[in-house]
Design a protein around this ligand. Structure first.
Ligand code: HEC
Ligand code: HEC
Length: 309
């Protein structure tokens, strides 16, 4: 091969190689970043949802300085220490974290993204609830207490905190895939004696043999005067069984690991706990005013219950 010819060939292959490379990077880029094109009205929401399959929860160490941060920090404290910090509004020995573990940031009953999905229709109330209404639902039932005034610094702080842990989740998102529902569908017929046995084996060390608990955030009360009232979501067999199956015992106890109970065992435990006395909820008969109360609601409502599925 003559030097000239060699030079030409090399040049040509360089040019060709360069062209090929740039072409393929253009193609690659086009694949990674497809050109924006006109989309159907619901498409942007779908893209957003895909991005938030698991939001990053901001740390309490990153709370901004100033009044906004002070409200968030107060809200966090109120969610964790509800029965002591908001005594006048709480009628039992629970905190919000007793059910919404890690102040709503862990998977027990996640509140991450909750401010993005309210206002929301609520069948139990038969109307659209704001986030404040929904918080007060838990105050009156799960906390067996009184509604927190909407116009109080404490309510604002709770909403500020819940908004903080919902940061980045798009308003109006339809599904929160990271929120797993605590519910056992078609709950098996429970065996109370087995529930009692399992309770003593794997639950009593934290929740006390008489269900009175060992502390709102170490083992909250499960029945008796310091527990949730009959109008609480946890008072339904399907919800209690679902919560227990997914979350209890915390860690491992009496040879049973968290997350390994069967539907039957969870139902036995839930039924045992719910067979015990707990505070009443005065307004319960007005629940599900449209007549769609689920079958496991443990009280009569003025409107009829839903048909058996
Ligand atoms: C005894 C258990 C329990 C306690 C204590 C409790 N909650 Fe709840 N909370 C529930 C259950 C059960 C639900 C219904 C979850 C569902 O819809 O699957 C719920 C739902 C909620 C929701 C709506 C969640 C959603 O995704 O729609 C909010 C907000 C909420 N709770 C806030 C609070 C706050 C704030 C406190 C403390 C003042 C509190 N909860 C205390 C059990 C509890
Ligand atoms: C190692 C201690 C521990 C053990 C054992 C344990 N729990 Fe819990 N339980 C907790 C804590 C702490 C919470 C508060 C939520 C959280 O932090 O996850 C809780 C919350 C609950 C709640 C919701 C709050 C309430 O008061 O209603 C129920 C129901 C419950 N546990 C049932 C059970 C059952 C049933 C068992 C046995 C299978 C059990 N737990 C075993 C520590 C424990």
């Amino acid at each position: 091969m003559g030097t000239e010819k060699w030079k030409k060939t090399t040049l040509a292959s360089f040019v060709l190689g360069f062209l090929t490379l740039s072409l393929s990077s253009v193609i690659a880029l086009a694949v990674i970043y497809p050109p924006s094109k006109p989309v159907a009205a619901d498409a942007p929401a779908k893209q957003e949802e895909a991005k938030f399959s698991e939001p990053i929860i901001p740390s309490m160490n990153d709370v901004p300085a100033g009044p906004q941060g002070e409200a968030i920090t107060l809200g966090y404290k109120l969610v964790n220490e509800t029965n002591t910090a908001l005594k006048e509004y709480v009628g039992n020995q629970l905190s919000c974290s007793s059910c919404h573990g890690g102040a709503g940031t862990d998977k027990t009953s996640s509140l991450v993204g909750v401010t993005a999905v309210y206002p929301q229709y609520n069948p139990r109330a038969g109307k659209v609830l704001t986030i404040e209404d929904r918080i007060n639902g838990c105050f009156q039932r799960s906390m067996n207490g009184k509604p927190l005034p909407y116009n109080s610094d404490e309510m604002r702080a709770m909403v500020a905190y819940l908004s903080y842990i919902s940061e980045g989740v798009p308003t109006g998102i339809k599904e929160r895939p990271w929120v797993e529902k605590n519910y056992v569908k078609n709950t098996p017929t429970p065996n109370l004696a087995n529930g009692e046995k399992l309770y003593q084996q794997s639950c009593a060390s934290c929740h006390a043999i008489d269900g009175s608990g060992t502390g709102a955030n170490s083992g909250p009360a499960l029945w008796g005067p310091n527990s949730f009232n009959i109008g609480a979501g946890m008072g339904r067999l399907g919800t209690a069984a679902g919560f227990i199956k997914r979350n209890m015992p915390l860690g491992e106890m009496g040879g049973i690991k968290q997350g390994t109970l069967s539907d039957q065992q969870a139902a036995d435990l839930a039924a045992y706990i719910l067979s015990k006395d707990r505070p009443d909820f005065a307004n319960k008969a007005n629940d599900w005013p449209k007549g769609d109360a689920p079958q496991d609601v443990p009280y009569e409502t003025k409107a009829k219950k839903a048909k058996q599925p």
